[in-house]
Ligand binder design. Structure first.
Ligand code: SF4
Length: 251
């Protein structure tokens, strides 16, 4: 068994996952428009619970377009722009190489992430690490990982559209600072937030989208893949598309 097969077997994917040729690229218009999320990702979402009772503070996500890393991190840390901050232990900014070629964007922190202040550290994080390993990437090594919202939604529910709208300027500034070559959206919430459209995950997969001038690939959230391992094969196709997109870029 070669190294690739060993990795895929560890992921419980071998021989199910097979590297395939990339799907045709379908360029889409560049859009990072004000988000209009009418429907949040039902598959990457957890149990719906009521939002915490909190007094939203002043929106400190405004006017962050000129901030450097340190100022942006401090701004997020002190942000009370939406009610999510009142229900979480700490903000979860992002982790990894700040000049990474790859940017992976999830939905929002879960319980483990809220505890440790780092995105994707629970079971879903382990799967993400294995997915990265399968395409010869490693957390922190030319990879940056963050979420659409920086505070844990109560009960691990999906973030609401208003919460995403409040938090999105932070993610947009992170993208500007990292300047990744390829962005991978993990789940529908991240995909819709980055594209500013409303669509099904299925309709968005298999294409190369444009996000602030950067190729954007859309795949499933690892938490969903843990619950639906049969779709790991599709996620593998998405990762292969991301790799072929990266490989096809001209510096
Ligand atoms: Fe601020 Fe985002 Fe946290 Fe809401 S989720 S309080 S906008 S950092």
């Amino acid at each position: 068994m070669n190294r690739d097969e060993a990795i895929l077997r560890e992921l419980n994917l071998y021989p199910q996952w097979v590297r395939r040729a990339a799907a045709p690229v379908a360029a889409e218009p560049a859009v990072v428009a004000p988000i209009a999320v009418a429907e949040l990702d039902p598959v990457a979402s957890r149990a719906e619970q009521p939002a915490p009772v909190a007094e939203p503070g002043v929106s400190t996500a405004d006017n962050c377009a000129d901030l450097g890393w340190a100022e942006l991190k401090a701004r997020v840390q002190s942000c009370t722009a939406c009610a999510l901050r009142a229900g979480c232990k700490q903000t979860v900014f992002g982790v990894g190489d700040e000049q990474a070629d790859w940017l992976f964007v999830g939905e929002g922190p879960g319980a483990d992430e809220d505890e440790r202040g780092e995105p994707f550290v629970g079971q879903a994080g382990q799967l993400l690490d294995n997915m990265l390993m399968a395409i010869r990437l490693k957390r922190g090594k030319s990879v940056y990982i963050t979420n659409v919202v920086k505070c844990r939604p109560p009960g691990n529910r999906a973030p609401e559209a208003a919460e995403i709208r409040q938090c999105l300027p932070y993610l947009q500034r992170q993208i500007q600072l990292v300047r990744p070559k390829v962005i991978v959206a993990l789940g529908k919430t991240a995909a819709l937030a980055l594209l500013g459209v409303d669509a099904t995950l299925g309709s968005l997969r298999g294409k190369v989208h444009d996000c602030q001038g950067t190729p954007l690939i859309i795949t499933y959230h690892p938490a969903y893949l843990l619950r639906t391992p049969a779709d790991k094969a599709k996620a593998w196709q998405d990762l292969c598309l991301a790799v072929s997109t990266m490989n096809g870029l001209v510096d």
